[in-house]
Design a protein around this ligand. Structure first.
Ligand code: ADP
Length: 455
């Protein structure tokens, strides 16, 4: 729900941005197209003036002569003279079509313009269009005129073309007015070429905004997730701190009882209990302090040569001794004579954390197998349990700070969600890594992989 509060306005603003950019590009395109037309039109008019003034030609002289000849033929034809009102319309169309054909075939203005454009360094690849506005046949012998009028849809059909000029001509047998248009064949490509930079910039700006939005959104959700985790952590920590504290409070109160004061054994037992709880309190506080120190400064363990087999055997042996009654612990450690560069304290903490988790998350008869060997380049330590396992969806997350898998609404096993975070950071600081293979309900194998000494 809360995510949508950011997501929807974000997406809407991106859509608005895209629409605005598309509108701007459309506008620029329109302007470029207009400029393009103006430029070519001006050139064409210049060319026309040049040819008319210098050479007394306009490119349509032959064509118009032929139209007049054709008009005289039409006027003399019986077919036309005897045409009924219905037929006149049909004939009009034929005549206009023929006139247009004659104009198109016999005009050489397009060649003149093309040549002029090329001479002036412009693209001379032209297509031409003729739109007849008005055509009249003039028949004088009967002292009346036969009009054939036809309006072309010049406005719409030729909007994107360049109007060069309007020709108006009157001869013995006809009167005509027509527009002459040209079009530069690769106009679109030329305009696109000119617009490439602005289009690129606007696409780039959209991409940048989208990327920034995604990153910001990701950071925000990440931030929120972390803050949820922190809240969980604080709740857990309070719980963890409260238990030893309340034991200490109760124990110290007991010491005030008359009966207890006189019982030496009781006093010693209570003092021990207070001591034990203080130790665990202290450990907790140290752990929290240590984590916050890691946050502030780069984590730098004190690396020394370490006989990894011996150290690991010691850790496992003392763990086994401590948990003899709780868990069955088997180990096969084949690391004789191998050394790694490591900080013994951190290494011990890492292995202990994994062993402790193996016991804590195996509720029934914990069976823990430790297998350690080397592949020649690395030391590989497998710690396998027969516990509750970890669902795929949590497997990556459990190494994050404060992350805990909730089982139902309460955590059966107490913890701060720091153990594995600690493990993965220690492994990384030793140039190694931790891998996990787990099946819910069956158990888990945590594998620590650390590089061997190269020499
Ligand atoms: P904590 O144990 O304090 O919650 P950890 O970082 O050690 O924190 O572990 C994170 C979570 O990973 C635990 O809450 C638990 O759900 C899960 N987990 C860790 N080790 C095991 C294991 N061996 N078997 C099953 N789940 C485990």
């Amino acid at each position: 729900m809360k995510k949508n509060v950011i997501l929807i306005p974000g997406i809407v603003s991106i859509l608005v941005l895209v629409t605005v950019q598309a509108y701007i590009i459309g506008q620029i395109w329109g302007q470029k197209d207009e400029l393009f037309q103006i430029k070519y039109r001006q050139m064409a008019i210049e060319a026309l003036e040049y040819y008319e003034e210098e050479l007394r030609i306009n490119g349509f002289d032959t064509a118009l002569y032929m139209v007049d000849y054709y008009s005289s033929v039409v006027l003399q034809s019986n077919e036309f003279a005897s045409a009924s009102i219905d037929e006149i319309d049909y004939l009009n169309n034929l005549i206009i079509q023929e006139v247009r054909n004659i104009l198109n075939e016999h005009q050489y203005l397009s060649e003149l313009l093309s040549g002029y454009f090329v001479n002036h360094g412009f693209d001379g690849d032209l297509t031409t269009h003729i739109a007849i506005n008005k055509f009249e046949l003039i028949k004088e012998e009967n002292s009346h005129t036969v009009y054939i009028n036809r309006e072309d849809l010049t406005g719409r059909a030729y909007k994107s073309k360049i109007l060069v000029t309007q020709f108006i001509n009157e001869d013995n047998h006809h009167r005509i007015s027509f527009n002459f248009y040209i079009d530069v064949a690769d106009k679109q490509a030329i305009i696109l070429g000119e617009m490439l930079i602005s289009m690129f910039m606007s696409i780039l700006s959209i991409v940048v905004v989208v990327v920034i939005f995604i990153v910001a959104y990701h950071n925000l959700t990440e931030e929120r997730r972390l803050s949820d985790l922190k809240t969980d952590f604080i709740n857990n920590m309070t719980h963890e701190l409260k238990t030893p504290l309340s034991t200490i409070t109760v124990a110290s109160k007991t010491l005030e009882f008359e009966k207890v004061i006189n019982d030496r054994d009781k006093i010693i037992e209570t003092a021990r209990m207070i001591g034990k709880q203080s130790v665990s309190l202290n450990q907790l506080i140290n752990l929290i302090l240590e984590i916050s120190i890691w946050e502030r400064t780069e984590f730098e363990p004190e690396m020394k040569q370490m006989a990894v087999g011996t150290v690991l055997t010691d850790i496992v042996d003392s763990f086994r001794a401590g948990y003899r009654e709780v868990a069955t612990i088997n180990s096969r450690i084949s690391l004789e004579g191998l050394t790694i560069k490591a900080d013994v304290t951190y290494f011990t903490t890492m292995i202990n954390n994994l062993l402790l988790n193996a016991v804590r998350y195996s509720p029934e008869n914990p069976m823990i197998d430790i297998k350690a060997y080397s592949n020649g380049r690395e030391v590989i330590i497998n710690i396998t349990d027969n516990g509750i396992g970890i669902d795929k969806s949590h497997q990556k997350l459990i190494f994050e700070k404060f992350y805990r898998v909730s089982h139902g609404d309460i955590h059966k096993t107490k913890g701060l969600g720091l153990g594995l975070y600690y493990v993965s950071r220690i492994a990384a600081s030793h140039g190694g890594r931790v891998e996990l293979d787990s099946q819910p309900g069956k158990g888990s194998t945590f594998t620590v992989i650390l590089p061997l000494n190269s020499n």
